[in-house]
Design a protein around this ligand. Structure first.
Ligand code: CA
Length: 220
């Protein structure tokens, strides 16, 4: 899962990035509205944390532009204290949720998890696919109740597939969601992670769809 943080306060932006990375997501950060808008328009983020008070282009305008362009990505806005009008404007502009500064990182992470789950049509904090269970609160995967030991890349690949069970996911799509923007992406490495995952998972769980990508087999 790949998250965009648009926040001009450098300390807060760094804290957000660190907190979000700590639960197994990858993060890109923009420090003004123009960069943030561009990144959200051109990269396939799984969710966005968007400050409202931003230089160059305010968060409400950024959000309105995304929505006008048909971008449906989940957006959580950050508002200043005692600014209920910002919240109303943000929700009217298409925000999916909001948090008022200052906030606790745990609450932000819980809200992000919920947004990502709902975007994938998952109601529960635990995603289940055959013998696999992903506990989105602890970022842990288990097979028939036994915890799997995964590297961070293996976890990101499997978590993305588990958010899209039964769907064909291409190598390019996977690499777009497991690496941050500044990372030298190579979709060939996705194959390596898939091969390693297959050694750790029951056979047949990750199918190769020739020429198209991979599919997490729901039927098992
Ligand atoms: Ca700000």
């Amino acid at each position: 899962m790949r998250i965009l943080v648009v926040e001009d306060e450098l300390t807060l932006a760094a804290q957000l990035a660190e907190g979000i990375k700590s639960v197994g997501y990858v993060v890109d950060v923009a420090h003004n509205g123009v960069d943030g808008h561009f990144m959200g328009e051109t990269e396939p983020y799984d969710a966005v944390v968007l400050d409202i008070g931003l230089p160059q282009m305010d968060g409400i305008t950024v959000l309105k532009k995304w929505r006008a362009a048909g971008r449906t990505l989940p957006v959580l806005i950050l508002t200043a204290r005692d600014t209920w009008r910002e919240k109303v404007a943000g929700i009217d502009a298409g925000a999916d949720d909001y948090l008022t500064k200052p906030f606790h990182m745990e609450e932000l992470l819980a809200r992000l998890r919920a947004l990502i789950r709902r975007a994938g049509g998952h109601a529960s904090t635990e995603l289940v696919c055959g013998p696999l269970t992903l506990d989105t609160r602890s970022s842990r995967v288990s097979v028939d109740g036994t915890a799997l030991t995964l590297t961070s890349h293996e976890y990101r690949v499997l978590a993305y597939l588990m958010h899209h069970p039964g769907e064909i996911v291409s190598r390019a799509e996977l690499s777009e969601h497991i690496y941050a923007q500044d990372f030298d992406r190579d979709s060939n490495t996705v194959e390596v992670f898939i091969a390693r995952l297959r050694k750790k998972l029951p056979p047949g769980l990750i199918e190769t769809v020739r020429g198209l990508g991979y599919r997490l087999n729901k039927a098992q």
